[in-house]
Design a protein around this ligand. Structure first.
Ligand code: ADE
Ligand code: ZN
Length: 341
């Protein structure tokens, strides 16, 4: 990574057209909206007010976050709730100059509470279609299996989602990583691939590099979500570099979940220097203190990066997106025009 260039301005980064590949829509639920939905749906939250909820965002690891996150997601009950959640994020993303996003959602987090999958998907899709029409933001959907549940539940979810398979660009794997290795879901992802869908997986966030290899070899993942622990195993790094498997890195998330102590300790520059295809993403921005633009700005400031390095990261996300050639070329052209202007 070139570090001798003049530091890039915040205005340049904020205005840069962007692609986001690692965002959980449930993780965009802002505290104020959580309370509005709780009241509307007559749900009692374990926090008395927004201030107390925000105070609960002092996470010690992934599980401590997931406990709050799943509690928060419980306020989402109707298609209208999912629509409002997604539309609020679309507006923020468009203001952040996001042009294309591939957005995760967790079907089981909702169907497990008795919410119909159709309500979840109809609500999300209505917002994403509106974003395409009104905001120039294109959103693709990636349902994720939650790895704290068993493989039979993942297979049942895949089957329940059959009517919408052609609306998804991939299936993913998220939730509690440690103790839930990728191979637990080998048959589920074999079925995903048999359905003609791509595979992505969270791996190497808290889990060891072996989980990254497992995601590649046992699940057929073509993109790794997080992956930052790959540097602990040279063979894993070599494999990721050789195959140019993209990593969807989430810097502010990694700091909030204590994968790294401070943003300055993040290994993003080492990952880039090793030749990995690194992208910048926000993960669960309402919980981690920053949306996509904030992540770009935090990285540039922490490492004193210049324009070329930051534009390269933005180009990597375009390379790693699940889009056709013509659309990829148009995303590239827009970014090039912005940089050249
Ligand atoms: N679900 C939402 N955010 C997640 C993360 N960072 N890791 C695993 N599962 C998640
Ligand atoms: Zn994630």
């Amino acid at each position: 990574m070139v570090r001798m260039d003049a530091p890039v301005s915040e205005a340049f980064l904020r205005g840069m057209p962007k692609v986001e590949l690692h965002l959980h829509i449930e993780g965009t639920l802002e505290p104020e909206s959580m309370f509005v939905l709780a009241e509307r749906n007559r749900i009692r939250l374990p926090w008395p007010d927004v201030e107390a909820l925000r105070a609960a965002y002092a996470f010690s690891d992934l599980q401590s976050f997931l406990d709050v996150y799943y509690r928060g997601a419980d306020v989402l009950r109707t298609a209208e709730d999912f629509y409002e959640l997604a539309w609020a994020w679309c507006r923020r993303a468009a203001a952040d100059h996001t042009r294309h996003a591939e957005v995760f959602f967790d079907p089981q987090t909702h169907t497990g509470r008795g919410i119909a999958l159709a309500a979840v998907i109809d609500g999300l899709e209505a917002a994403f279609h509106r974003a395409e029409r009104e905001l120039g933001l294109h959103v693709a959907m990636i349902p994720c299996f939650v790895r704290h549940l068993d493989e039979a539940a993942a297979l049942a979810t895949l089957e329940a989602a059959r009517p919408w398979w052609d609306r998804f660009v991939a299936f993913g794997l998220d939730s509690a990583e440690l103790g839930n290795p990728p191979e637990k879901f080998a048959a589920a992802f074999a079925a995903v691939r048999a359905a003609g869908l791509r595979v992505v997986a969270h791996a190497g966030e808290e889990g060891p590099p072996a989980y990254i290899l497992g995601a590649l070899d046992r699940l057929g993942a073509v993109r790794i979500d997080h992956g930052v622990r790959c540097l602990e195993d040279e063979a894993v790094v070599a494999r990721l570099v050789r195959e140019q498997i993209p990593l969807t890195v989430c810097p502010l998330s990694n700091v909030r979940l204590r994968v790294f102590h401070r943003i300055e300790d993040h290994n993003l520059c080492e990952l880039v220097a090793r030749g990995l295809c690194v992208t910048i993403n926000s993960d669960d921005p309402a919980y981690f203190g920053g949306y996509l633009g904030d992540n770009y700005v935090a990285v540039a400031r922490a490492f004193n990066l210049g324009r070329p390095a930051m534009v390269r990261l933005a180009h990597n996300a375009i390379s790693a997106a699940f889009v056709d050639d013509a659309y990829r070329a148009s995303l590239r052209a827009e970014l090039d025009a912005y940089v050249g202007s």
